[in-house]
Design a protein around this ligand. Structure first.
Ligand code: ZN
Length: 163
């Protein structure tokens, strides 16, 4: 069979960005249900049609990866927010990664860009936004999903949900 929607794919992968390996599946392939938006769009699209044992090497544009950099996701926040007992939190410095909560109560991860007299500039873009991604690897296993897996939208069994 080939990778199509509703295939359960076991994939070995390495992710390189700007020549640096950022992530890799290691000893255990990543297993996912193809065609359900579990992976980034460009990854699933380019794996489509491959068979078990095939290797691959492709690039995914930012638009089909983690998205383009959004200038509106860079915010100037009042420094007061980060003051603890009258002084700046030691966790806040240029380059620090912070987890904050937005007005709707959702957690957001941002990176401190600059700190001025009264503002802290934080970039809430995904760290891989605006970047071209390169994936290399091979297809370790491939099978058709069960009806139950398709209904749930995820893989069952030792490599997936066990419920
Ligand atoms: Zn399930």
């Amino acid at each position: 069979m080939k990778i199509v929607k509703n295939a359960v794919v076991g994939v070995n992968y390495a992710l390189d960005v700007e020549g640096q390996q950022l992530d890799a599946s290691g000893d255990t392939p990543l297993t996912y249900l193809h065609g359900h938006g579990m992976m980034i769009p460009g990854f699933e699209r380019q794996l489509e049609g491959l068979s078990e044992g095939d290797s691959y090497d492709f690039k995914v544009s930012a638009a089909e990866g983690y998205g383009e950099l959004n200038p509106e996701a860079i915010s100037d926040l009042d420094k007061e927010i980060f003051m603890v007992d009258g002084s700046m939190s030691t966790e806040v410095f240029e380059g620090a990664q912070l987890q904050l909560t937005n007005q709707e109560g959702h957690p957001m991860v941002g990176v401190v860009q600059t700190i001025t007299d009264d503002k802290v500039k934080i970039d809430f873009n995904h760290q891989l936004a605006g970047k071209e991604l390169r994936f290399t690897g091979s297809i370790a296993s491939l099978r058709e999903a069960t009806e139950e897996e398709i209904a749930h939208g995820h893989v069952h069994g030792p490599e997936g949900h066990q419920h």
